[in-house]
Design a protein around this ligand. Structure first.
Ligand code: BDR
Ligand code: CA
Length: 315
């Protein structure tokens, strides 16, 4: 019998929250078939994000997952990184061994293109968890893939929360606004996990304990990772703990009923120095611009953390 698991490619810049998103996907084979993981420069430079992706696969006991390195800088700008949030390695917190599994030789962008052309049209979902450079480069290089993509479910942007890396921009969109603009104008079915929802997915002390109490290497590492990067958010926002931004993407693919949002128009600011990378979401429907994305605004946080603990407990 054919597998009912949804085929996905995770495009990522790990990042502790990326790591949790990947662990959730790898722990859920009945729901998600991870065709490959493509690394992009973002939270830290590409040499570290591709290495971190492999560290996480090994932590999950899935050394057979294919990991590819992609673009090492945004389409037309210098790379901005976020070591102030994620630490020097991008995965600060746990002490995890260097990976033994190989990095694939093929460029991530070519893997994305080849996979979309080889799989039946409309059966592969892209899950970007970092700047959209690999995705936009693939769309530019092979425009035929746009209509073959089932859906893009991404973490990025903000409306009510406005911004985190600048007063008006969220990090993933800000780092490569031109790539985001290409993606949002592509006509592909897009679901967005903005800060508006991810700032409600907070690791409280009890939720952190639930990960640690799993007693497994993966559970303990997740507790240590969130311990590390909650310092930043606690200090900045006075919040209860670390927001698990990127796991909202993989949780949505497993249990969409945990999330609610609106189908609205989203445009990306690429010109203004003041508001560069802003996601101008027409949440209130005050323009006649056509909706191009489902913008998520809320989640069942208890259900989300229950799912995470249950699935990560399997690894
Ligand atoms: C996003 O930026 C990164 O720091 C996180 O991994 C997440 O993808 C949140 O703004
Ligand atoms: Ca990320």
């Amino acid at each position: 019998m054919a597998s009912l698991a949804r085929k996905i490619i995770i495009d990522t810049d790990p990042g502790q929250d990326d790591a949790v998103a990947i662990l959730l996907a790898l722990a859920s084979p009945e729901d998600l078939d991870v065709l490959g993981i493509t690394a992009v420069a973002g939270n830290v430079p590409l040499d570290l994000t591709q290495k971190n992706a492999r560290i996480i696969c090994e932590l999950a006991g899935k050394a057979d997952v294919k990991v590819f390195a992609g673009c090492d800088r945004p389409l037309g700008r210098d790379l901005v990184t976020a070591e102030h949030v994620h630490g020097k390695t991008g995965l600060d917190g746990p002490d995890l061994p260097d990976p033994k599994m190989p990095l694939q030789g093929q460029h991530a962008v070519d893997f994305i293109i080849d996979t979309l052309r080889a799989e039946r049209s409309g059966t592969v979902t892209l899950c970007p968890l970092g700047p959209l450079t690999n995705i936009a480069t693939a769309l530019q290089k092979a425009p035929d893939i746009a209509q073959r993509i089932q859906q893009i479910v991404l973490m990025g942007g903000a409306y009510f929360e406005v911004g985190n890396i600048t007063p008006t921009a969220e990090f993933n969109i800000y780092v490569d606004p031109e790539a985001a603009d290409i993606t949002f104008k592509s006509g592909i079915d897009i679901v967005v996990m903005p800060l508006d929802v991810t700032h409600k997915a907070l690791v409280t002390r009890a939720r952190n304990d639930a990960f640690r109490d799993l007693g497994t290497p993966a559970g303990i590492a997740v507790a240590q990772m969130t311990d590390f990067f909650e310092r930043f958010d606690k200090e900045k926002y006075g919040s209860a703990g670390a927001p698990l931004h990127d796991p909202c993407v993989t949780a949505y693919l497993i249990k969409p009923e945990l999330f609610t949002g609106r189908h609205v128009n989203v445009e990306i600011e690429t010109q203004s120095e003041l508001t560069l990378g802003m996601t101008v979401a027409d949440w209130w429907g005050v323009t006649d611009r056509a909706p191009n994305a489902t913008f998520i605004g809320d989640l069942d946080a208890d259900g989300f953390f229950a799912l995470l603990a249950e699935r990560i407990g399997r690894l």
